[in-house]
Design a binder for this molecule. Structure first.
Ligand code: ZN
Length: 175
């Protein structure tokens, strides 16, 4: 049974570490499979659209993502050892983060990205993404490198409008 893990917040040292690559053999370990199930449970409960393992105090290169917009190309996915295959364009986006509660701010991101990695069984997967999905992938990969969006933000501020509150709560973003 999946259970909820505690989401650690800015100031916690695990959020600032470069997370460790996962040996594909490790994916056979029931504890890693449990972690992935728990990450989905924790992400949906938060609720959020993405969650990286360091946010639940596990320094491994794993994140979950699900935009929950009814499009199967937008998740649910878990990506292990992700890397960018290509990046293109530039876009400003208002982001929030489950590990930085109540705040939002504008971040400059790539407009389109291609990302590849492994699925939970060690099979190679790849995505091309734009818009919110591309932003989310970049935000989660930053987490695996010990980077928070607050490091890149122009105008970190308390979430005020309904849309901003939603972005802060969902760790999501607004166009
Ligand atoms: Zn985050």
């Amino acid at each position: 049974m999946p259970y909820l893990r505690e989401i650690v917040t800015d100031g916690h040292p695990t959020l600032r570490k470069v997370a460790k690559r996962v040996d594909p053999k490790e994916l056979r370990d029931p504890l890693i499979q449990q972690l992935i199930d728990d990450m989905f449970e924790t992400m949906y409960d938060a609720p959020g659209i993405g969650l990286a393992a360091p946010q639940v105090n596990i320094s491994k290169r794993i994140f979950t993502v699900d935009l929950q917009d009814g499009n199967p190309e937008h998740g649910p996915f878990v990506v292990v050892n992700p890397k960018f295959d290509s990046t293109e364009g530039e876009i400003e986006w208002t982001e929030g983060c489950l590990s930085v509660p109540g705040l939002v701010g504008e971040v400059t991101r790539f407009e389109r990205v291609s990302v590849s990695g492994l699925d939970r069984h060690g099979k190679r997967i790849s995505f091309s993404a734009e818009g919110l999905f591309a932003i989310c992938l970049q935000h989660e990969i930053d987490h695996l490198n010990g980077v928070l969006y607050v490091d890149k933000v122009k105008d970190l501020r308390p979430a005020q409008t309904d849309e901003e509150l939603e972005a802060a709560e969902r760790a999501a973003s607004l166009p």
